[in-house]
Design a protein around this ligand. Structure first.
Ligand SMILES: [Zn+2]
Length: 873
């Protein structure tokens, strides 16, 4: 039988060259770009022209570039001095082709493309517009693959070349980019032309520019080359830049010292973007969410300042690690992100030792291992086969597992040797691209200890090892440890335990009046380790300093013995130990009721993060194992365990409180207050004061006070919050109100909060707390899924249609709090047909469904003992 349809398709394919599918062909490469754009913030569209000097390495019929959502008006290809009009060939949503009547010969060529496009007005990717006060601004965010929304280009990290930008803007606007301005000159129509200096070699994703009525704060000069520093704010906000302006210089100096190399670029600007989530390491022009970079001195918080320092150190570390040396392809994005996260932790420790952030690093490692227990978890170095994989690549595994694994191998190699290796690597690959193999070889050879093989066991397979420790003291000789490993998998997991790792294991044990630390590399499925101890240790810690990326399982009496001596451990080790205990409950190796019973022992710990760990264990029980009928018992347990300390701290700061007490207050008091009428009533009174005057209560507790008042609040309070939203302009204050609106546990009010998401006057970019908030409330946690199910089309109409990191791809996570098969089927039935709609959805849905399955098994195994435990309260 003849199939005319197939014939037609074949004919069409022969007439037009087939566009690439994921990556561009490698035989045409850019040499440099010149980009000319007209950017007027109160218009909806922009126009541009890009000139790309090309190196055509072998004759080509078509030159392919990335271009998305742009209208390409005209293209000219100049070969051997002869300009010719090029045919523009369609290439699907991500590509455009350029061809001449005859083949394009090998050699140099120049492609000029005139084009126009629309600003993104719903998201924060590509070339987007944002309003602050009465003014519109234009900003960019290109990582990972959104530069193609602003100009046709080779939008892959390995094409690293110089760029020269020229912007045409309104005369009274400022324009900023990666490099200093070379010249400004007037143009017709009240405009001016701003010419920027040529950049050092950069990939498209690190190009950035912004236009609008900005104001500038001089943050001085820092470092070996006296790099000039500025903070750039929307109009009228320079007073909020003080903390950032004082901080950036010292961080730059600390980073230069670590890298043994000056800051690589001519200047460093920090630019605030309204409603921008996170921050971006564009070379010389780091962009930050406004509420992260700026803090009104009248209501700035400890959390905001510490959060800023941590993110600034991360983005600034990228200037060397990411910008100066760039990952060759997105499968190695961990090289950028894990390294910058690890570097940030190190630099923040040096910047403010008194913050004791090494304790917080434990929670980064523990969180990563929890994520890594999913069968649907990525590998750190996951192959990239589609744009979905690129969207998924910027996850907790990349950042936090990567950071923790680097820290483990730094410890294994020695900090000084590791630093020498990093310096060697950055020098060797400056202004170029590199891969994971390059990094490990470079660090290993300079550090004197090859790490490639053991490191690869953590890079190229998912999961965290569960290392079992059995101590034998009865053999007559020295005490010996028997170690064995398998993948740490929770109850209900379908994962394989066949993997094995090469794990640097460090232990600490009691010896005489002191302690002794020993390290070894576990390379076999099981192996014996003779301890140089004269007698049987009274206790043994299986992860000394908590630097090992593994879960510890203690055999025999080791765990009770260790818990009884927990006060001999460092604060970080106590956090690590409690994290292991919690994970053992998920594996069915430790009774959840016994974990809950540990809370009183640690509730009075002098270190707030340790208290936070037992609050976390109690939270796991509440979210996964609690039935509504036991909520009052649970409340009494919380009050009895944490109440005395919460009342002692109270809502209001006391004279002389240090920052640790202030941070402990904001974590422990709200936990108790939702079950404690006195503290809840006080929260309501304080929130009334806040609503009347946002500066009337301590800024560090404002968030907790408003959320607590909402958790226990009524309709009248809901209306008060809503009214406050209409009269509050400051974005930090507005985020507090949105947080409170998302915290109501009364389902009827929680539904009204969710409905606000669809109101045209609310921008989804600042209102996501309305969707995420109810997930942490036992009585309202079904509602976000029901809302998305009912209003999917209306909701996605408010989302950007095209953007590398789109909230749409994360929507399946609204189902992640379910814990039964029926809900799992509902989530699956609803999202399965929509997985192709937003990049990254497939894996996010798989992770959600797996979480539900694991929770079901966890509840079946551990629910009864917890119920029995709580009935006593
Ligand atoms: Zn980063």
């Amino acid at each position: 039988m003849l199939k005319p349809f197939v014939t037609l398709v074949l004919f069409a394919a022969a007439a037009l060259a087939a566009p690439p599918t994921l990556r561009l062909p490698e035989d045409v490469r850019p040499v440099s770009y010149r980009l000319d754009l007209t950017l007027i913030p109160d218009q909806d569209t922009f126009t541009g022209a890009v000139d790309i000097d090309l190196d055509v390495q072998k004759p080509a019929n078509t030159i392919w570039l990335n271009s998305r959502g742009l209208t390409l008006d005209e293209a000219t290809l100049t070969v051997a001095g002869h300009p010719q009009a090029a045919t523009i060939e369609p290439g699907g949503q991500d590509f455009a082709g350029f061809a001449l009547p005859a083949a394009i010969p090998a050699g140099r060529a120049r492609l000029r493309i005139a084009y126009h496009g629309n600003f993104n007005t719903k998201g924060t990717g590509g070339l987007f517009k944002m309003k602050d006060g009465d003014n519109w601004y234009i900003y960019t965010q290109f990582e990972a693959i959104d530069a193609r929304h602003a100009f046709p280009c080779f939008d892959e990290p390995n094409y690293k070349v110089p760029w020269q930008l020229t912007l045409h803007v309104k005369k009274d606007h400022a324009a900023v980019s990666n490099t200093p301005i070379l010249s400004e000159s007037g143009e017709d129509g009240g405009r001016k032309k701003v010419v920027f200096g040529e950049t050092k070699p950069l990939p498209s994703y690190l190009i950035a520019f912004a236009v609008g009525p900005f104001e500038f704060v001089d943050a001085g000069h820092a470092g070996k080359k006296d790099t000039p520093l500025r903070v750039i704010t929307p109009k009228g906000k320079t007073a909020q830049a003080k903390y950032a302006a004082e901080t950036i210089g010292p961080l730059l100096t600390l980073l230069e010292n670590y890298f043994g190399m000056p800051f690589p670029y001519e200047k460093l600007d920090a630019l605030a973007i309204p409603l921008f989530p996170g921050a971006m390491e564009n070379a010389g022009l780091i962009t930050y969410g406004q509420t992260l970079l700026l803090g009104d001195p009248a209501h700035d918080t400890i959390d905001r300042q510490r959060g800023f320092v941590e993110v600034a150190a991360h983005e600034m570390a990228h200037q060397w690690f990411g910008d100066l040396v760039t990952t060759a392809w997105w499968n190695d994005i961990w090289l950028n992100e894990a390294f910058a996260s690890w570097m940030s932790s190190k630099i923040v420790r040096q910047f403010k030792p008194e913050w004791n952030t090494q304790i917080d690093e434990q929670n980064i490692r523990l969180g990563a291992m929890e994520n890594d227990s999913l069968v649907s978890a990525r590998k750190i170095r996951q192959p990239i086969e589609s744009n979905d994989d690129i969207a998924n690549a910027f996850d907790n595994i990349t950042y936090s597992k990567g950071e923790a694994v680097i820290r483990m191998f730094e410890d294994y190699m020695g900090a000084d040797a590791f630093q020498r290796g990093v310096q060697h690597y950055v020098r060797q690959y400056s202004w170029r691209n590199a891969t994971a193999g390059d990094f490990l070889d470079s660090v290993g050879s300079a550090g004197g200890r090859p790490i490639s093989r053991p490191f690869a066991t953590f890079l190229d397979q998912p999961g965290a090892p569960l290392v079992s420790f059995a101590l034998h003291c009865d053999t007559g000789g020295d005490p010996a440890l028997e170690l064995s490993q398998k993948r740490a998998l929770p109850l209900g997991s379908t994962g394989s335990t066949a993997e094995s790792w090469q794990v640097p294991v460090c232990i600490r044990y009691a010896e005489g009046a002191g302690t002794h630390r020993e390290c070894s590399l576990l390379t076999q499925a099981s192996q014996e380790w003779k301890l140089p101890a004269k007698s049987c240790p009274a206790w043994l810690l299986a992860n000394a300093d908590g630097n090992g990326y593994y879960r510890a399982r203690y055999e025999g009496d080791l765990l009770p013995g260790l818990l009884a001596h927990a006060s001999s451990l460092s604060a970080g080790e106590r956090v690590a130990l409690l994290g292991d205990v919690e994970s053992l409950t998920r594996m069915g190796e430790f009774k959840a009721a016994d974990a809950l019973a540990l809370a009183p022992q640690f509730a009075d710990d002098p270190v707030r993060q340790v208290v936070g760990s037992v609050i976390g264990i109690a939270g796991t029980v509440r979210v996964n194992l609690l039935t509504l009928d036991l909520l009052p018992n649970y409340g009494r347990f919380i009050e009895k365990t944490f109440g005395p300390r919460a009342h002692q701290l109270g809502w209001l700061p006391k004279p002389g409180d240090d920052s640790e007490s202030r941070l402990l207050r904001s974590s422990i008091v709200p936990q108790v207050a939702v079950f404690d009428h006195e503290l809840a009533a006080e929260a309501r009174q304080l929130s009334e004061r806040w609503l009347a005057d946002h500066n009337s209560i301590d800024p560090d507790i404002a968030d907790a006070v408003l959320n607590t008042a909402a958790r226990t609040g009524d309709e009248a309070y809901f209306k008060q919050l809503l009214a406050a939203l209409h009269t509050t302009e400051d974005q930090h204050q507005r985020s507090l109100i949105f947080g409170a609106l998302g915290s109501f546990r009364d389902p009827a009010i929680a539904r009204q909060s969710l409905d606000l998401l669809l109101k045209p006057e609310f921008d989804l970019r600042e209102a996501t707390a309305l969707l995420a908030g109810p997930l942490s409330t036992l009585t309202a946690r079904r509602l976000p899924f029901e809302f998305v199910e009912k209003h999917y089309d209306a909701l996605i109409a408010k989302l950007p249609t095209e953007e590398a990191f789109n909230l749409g791809g994360f929507l399946p996570f609204v189902g992640s709090v379910f814990c039964d098969d029926k809900s799992s089927e509902e989530v699956s039935a609803f999202f399965e047909p929509k997985v192709a709609r937003f990049a990254g959805t497939r894996r996010n849905l798989d992770q959600t469904l797996e979480s539900i399955r694991l929770c079901t098994a966890f509840k079946a195994a551990q629910g009864p003992s917890v119920a029995e435990f709580l009935r006593k309260y």
